[in-house]
Design a protein around this ligand. Structure first.
Ligand SMILES: [Zn+2]
Length: 281
């Protein structure tokens, strides 16, 4: 079964965990590592022989169009991760539409193709944003992968379906939530990011197999370019919990990812959405 592989293209200083200590007005003064790290991700995908989706910040696409173009030319899907990583539930409907449009232009200019998929920063489409999927459909998006049907301290929409669904009765837009597993009455996030980096390899690999074989559905997995960059600058003022999450096991990440990419079948998110759409019709 084809699983959806994705990378959320943002730099080390753009993560939600550091939002309180690094303001957006500082971003342009910081060392940018996303291009080099993005190249390393392209090398990793080439080595594993997989195609994936690059959910790209407009802010990054505007400054590093060559990286985005190279990813598109290598056969990867280029999709949107919004303009500058503001969570959707902090924006309101009109500001969300503006954020989406601004990111769309920068990404389309860089990639040479229009993005048709969207991932909300920090999976921030939830019960507080009943207008978000409608705006995405109106702006021409075919799918979203922006919901985490789990409770977490930074995000989550516990009541959302765990697998692909159509959030709007009168539009074709598909929402493809990030992977969770149910175990002993509990629901656990198992779609990547810090969970993959911090937990044993066996957990993620088992979770993907369980979703594929027992539930007959594709897994949706993501990581970030900075997660394979042990040399990134350290942010000293951030909360200890955020620093532990952000910096643990960075050097082990690349071999761990390669193993995962070779152990399961992976592809672009739009291809997985296409196959899921068939069962929703
Ligand atoms: Zn992100």
């Amino acid at each position: 079964m084809l699983n959806a592989l994705s990378v959320d293209v943002e730099d080390w200083f753009q993560v939600g965990a550091f939002e309180t200590v690094i303001g957006r007005d500082q971003w342009d003064s910081l060392e940018r590592r996303v291009e080099r790290n993005g190249e390393a991700v392209l090398d990793l995908f080439a080595e594993a022989g997989v195609k994936a989706t690059f959910f790209t910040l407009g802010w990054v696409a505007e400054r590093h169009p060559a990286l985005i173009r190279r990813a598109a030319e290598a056969g990867h899907e280029i999709a949107s991760h919004g303009w500058d990583h503001k969570r959707v539930f902090t924006l309101g409907e009109a500001a969300f539409r503006e954020d989406l449009k601004r990111a769309h232009r920068a990404i389309a200019d860089a990639a040479g193709v229009e993005p048709r998929g969207y991932r909300a920063p920090s999976f921030s489409i939830d019960a507080r944003t009943p207008w978000a999927h409608r705006v995405l459909a109106e702006e021409g998006y075919l799918y979203s992968s922006s919901v985490a049907p789990v409770v977490h301290d930074h995000y989550g929409w516990r009541e959302a379906p765990r697998f692909a669904f159509r959030p709007l009765a009168d539009a074709e837009l598909v929402e493809l939530p990030v992977t969770t597993v149910e175990l002993g009455g509990r629901r656990l996030a198992a779609g990547g990011g810090g969970f993959f980096r911090l937990l044993p390899y066996a957990f993620s690999s088992w979770a993907i197999d369980r979703v594929n074989r027992r539930e007959g559905r594709p897994a949706v997995f993501y990581f970030h370019p900075w997660e394979i960059d042990p040399g990134q600058p350290r942010v000293s003022g951030a909360p200890l919990r955020s620093r532990l999450r952000h910096y643990s096991r960075l050097s082990a990440m690349r071999p761990k990812l390669l193993k995962l990419l070779k152990s399961h079948k992976w592809g672009r998110t739009d291809d997985v959405v296409r196959s899921e759409r068939g069962r929703l019709a």
